[in-house]
Design a protein around this ligand. Structure first.
Ligand code: PRT
Ligand code: MG
Length: 214
């Protein structure tokens, strides 16, 4: 049995068509169920539903043989013990620095100001500002980063942006793009050897489905 870890929401919704193109049917109504282990049309493949940030942990420790995780999640997790064969090109967005409309980020950076940055992505933020030589105090949050500058807790945030609607609704503006983000297939390195006979054809079928969609 092969176990694939997915998170509910956009990753589940965008992975289903890829599985379908790879010949694996998943009844989309299972998304509404509260079950955490879901069957697929392939009796040798089941899905487990976990939090997006937990997908690399399940795959690293063998709770799942493979999974789908955002580049953002993988960068924070570290990626030890994970083979990352294919960028699925799904759940696309970008990692950005955003600040209140009217905040002159460029000149604050030029002046060498010390900035307070609120984010869920402390690893990515630390590396980004260190590479630019910007001094920052990082404030770790687990959600609703947009609020931090509005209540005077931070000068700027590092967050994911897709439509930009959330920033606009909170009078924030993107001031710098850090990197494009999409989701990748991740595979447990030990399973790659012990379950090669089942995993290799599945990986090949998913890679073909991704290639066909490009
Ligand atoms: O939401 P929850 O707390 O349950 O978990 P999660 O946020 O970890 O999961 P989920 O499903 O929201 O995100 C899973 C993955 O989708 C992330 O790891 C990203 O790789 C990817 N992704 C793609 C996004 C977005 N687009 C996105 N827009 N993840 C989050 N957002 C959020 C963003 O943080 C911001 O709050 O949406 C808001 C901005 O959206 P716009 O469209 O208003 O710009
Ligand atoms: Mg979310």
């Amino acid at each position: 049995m092969i176990t694939l870890a997915l998170s509910k929401g956009r990753i589940f919704d965008e992975t289903l068509p890829l599985l379908d193109a790879a010949g694996i049917r998943v009844d989309p109504s299972v998304a509404q169920s509260r079950k955490l282990i879901l069957p697929t049309g392939d009796p040798g493949l089941r899905l487990v539903i976990v939090r997006a940030t937990d997908v690399p942990t399940y795959v690293e420790y063998g709770g799942a043989d493979l999974g789908v995780a955002g580049r953002d999640v993988l960068l924070e997790h570290g990626g030890e013990g994970l083979y990352q064969p294919v960028d699925l090109g799904i759940a696309r967005c970008r990692m950005c620095v955003a600040a209140p409309e009217g905040f002159d980020y460029v000149s604050a950076v030029r002046r060498g100001a010390r900035l307070r940055i609120a984010t869920k992505y402390v690893q990515v933020a630390r590396e980004h500002f260190a590479a630019k030589g910007v001094h920052v105090d990082l404030i770790k949050l687990y959600g609703s980063m947009e609020l931090a500058p509005l209540v005077g807790m931070a000068d700027a945030i590092v967050d994911l942006v897709s439509t930009g609607g959330t920033l606009r609704a909170n009078h924030l503006a993107e001031v710098e793009e850090i990197m494009p983000i999409s989701s990748r297939l991740i595979v447990n390195q030990a399973a790659l050897k012990t379950k090669a006979a089942q995993l290799e054809p599945l990986l090949a079928a998913i890679e073909r489905a991704v290639g066909a969609g490009r």
